[in-house]
Write a protein that binds this ligand. Structure first.
Ligand SMILES: Cc1cc2nc3c(=O)[nH]c(=O)nc-3n(C[C@H](O)[C@H](O)[C@H](O)COP(=O)(O)O)c2cc1C
Length: 176
């Protein structure tokens, strides 16, 4: 059976992006799902001096190995000031120093959500433009606006948005 990983670009214990990633992963059929959490991969703040002095932290290798061992990635990015959260940028930077093509050409369903009406559109745009340089293979994408209105009890409650998500999941599934 194919194996996918799903995670949020957030270290919030109540991450809405983790909720969206978890729900989305449950819509993929006939796969083993590993829900990851950045809190389980604590890392020092990336810096070139620290890298020179101490090398790569074990958790950066661990996360990268989970990506490489997967058949597909579901990632939902938190948006902080129009960009990646610091926690996501940090693990991204560490992994990119070990392997510049860290996403390893794995099919990726890329998402973002926020409580705001733009649904993390800015961070989604940033990632969409950047990830292909890092071995990213984004096969479908989805942005969920106004999370608190549209997501309740662990699922999407807006029919139009749910159909859009199902379409994105189908494309992802077909690329696995
Ligand atoms: C420092 C900070 C900056 C934020 N900037 C944005 C922003 O630019 N756009 C946005 O839609 N939401 C912004 N938010 C609100 C986040 O979308 C919200 O906290 C969301 O829950 C983050 O996702 P998460 O729960 O998965 O961590 C910001 C929140 C924080 C703490």
């Amino acid at each position: 059976m194919k194996k996918i990983i799903a995670f949020a670009g957030s270290n919030s214990k109540e991450s809405i992006n983790k909720k969206l990633a978890t729900y989305t992963a449950s819509l993929v059929e006939n796969v083993n799902i590993d829900i990851l959490d950045l809190n389980d991969f604590e890392l020092p703040l990336f810096g070139v001096d620290l890298e020179k002095e101490q090398g790569f932290p074990e958790n950066a290798h661990k996360f990268l190995n989970l990506i490489k061992a997967s058949d597909g990635i579901i990632l939902s990015l938190a948006e902080h000031n129009g960009a990646y959260s610091a926690a996501f940028k940090n693990i991204f930077d560490w992994m990119s120093r070990i392997d510049g093509k860290l996403w390893s050409n794995k099919p990726m369903l890329l998402m973002a959500t926020s409580p705001g009406a733009r649904g993390g559109a800015s961070v989604l745009g940033i990632a969409k433009n950047r990830f292909p340089f890092n071995g990213g293979n984004i096969v479908s994408e989805f942005s969920l606006p106004s999370f608190n209105d549209n997501f309740k009890d662990g699922k999407l409650v807006n029919d139009a948005l749910n159909s859009e998500l199902l379409k994105a999941v189908k494309t992802f599934q077909n690329n696995l």
